[in-house]
Design a protein around this ligand. Sequence first.
Ligand SMILES: NC(=O)c1ccc[n+]([C@@H]2O[C@H](COP(=O)([O-])OP(=O)(O)OC[C@H]3O[C@@H](n4cnc5c(N)ncnc54)[C@H](OP(=O)(O)O)[C@@H]3O)[C@@H](O)[C@H]2O)c1
Length: 202
Amino acid sequence: MTILVIGATGTIGSAICDSLESEHDVIRVARTSGDIRVDIESPESIRDMYEEAGSFDAVASAAGNAAFNPLDELSEDDFGLSIQSKLMGQVNLVRYGLPYLDNPRQGSFTLVSGILSQHPMPGSAAISMVNAGIEGFIRAAALDTPDGVRVNAVSPPWVSETLEEMGEDPSDGVPAAVVAKAYADSITGSASGEVLDPRDYA
Ligand SMILES: NC(=O)c1ccc[n+]([C@@H]2O[C@H](COP(=O)([O-])OP(=O)(O)OC[C@H]3O[C@@H](n4cnc5c(N)ncnc54)[C@H](OP(=O)(O)O)[C@@H]3O)[C@@H](O)[C@H]2O)c1
């Protein structure tokens, strides 16, 4: 398969690439580097990316920002960024990517949400909102996609490498390589309209 990995230079995205590249053609996509560049906040940039990539079999997204701040400190711009980047950026990957699938019957889109959709914490209102939006979107979009195109989300808990960067105990999280297993299952399996929890792949 030819697989576009969006956010390929990040903690989760690089683990996805590492896990897939021995068996598949992986096209690494990120905002500031990679085989192809895209800013998912811009629909035009997404359309340009798909034109440059040509046809493919799957898109795996581990990209998208959202603001983390207490509710009374979250600004219009914080909510706007969260919606435009993590939510609509990924929704638009599906909307604009559908026509480029090489073989829709094997085609899939895998988006990223996150544990804060179901298990919020103080300061997570904007992130929890967009993560829940992604999960609602994939469940419904999977009912509408043509020719059996599958749409899923992976909902990571804290990733060990991220906790380590934050000076926290990495054993409280799941390694990025395990998160990548959930993506691989979404891409090569039969799930559609499902939210995959990497803890099931540990
Ligand atoms: N790490 C965790 O513990 C964790 C847990 C749950 C959910 N998540 C979610 O998983 C996703 C990835 O997390 P991560 O820790 O792997 O992030 P990361 O290490 O910061 O990497 C983010 C990746 O996304 C790309 N990116 C960011 N904004 C973009 C944009 N507007 N357009 C295109 N590419 C963009 C970055 O490229 P550039 O560097 O070129 O900008 C980079 O490749 C995030 O949405 C995060 O909320 C992460």
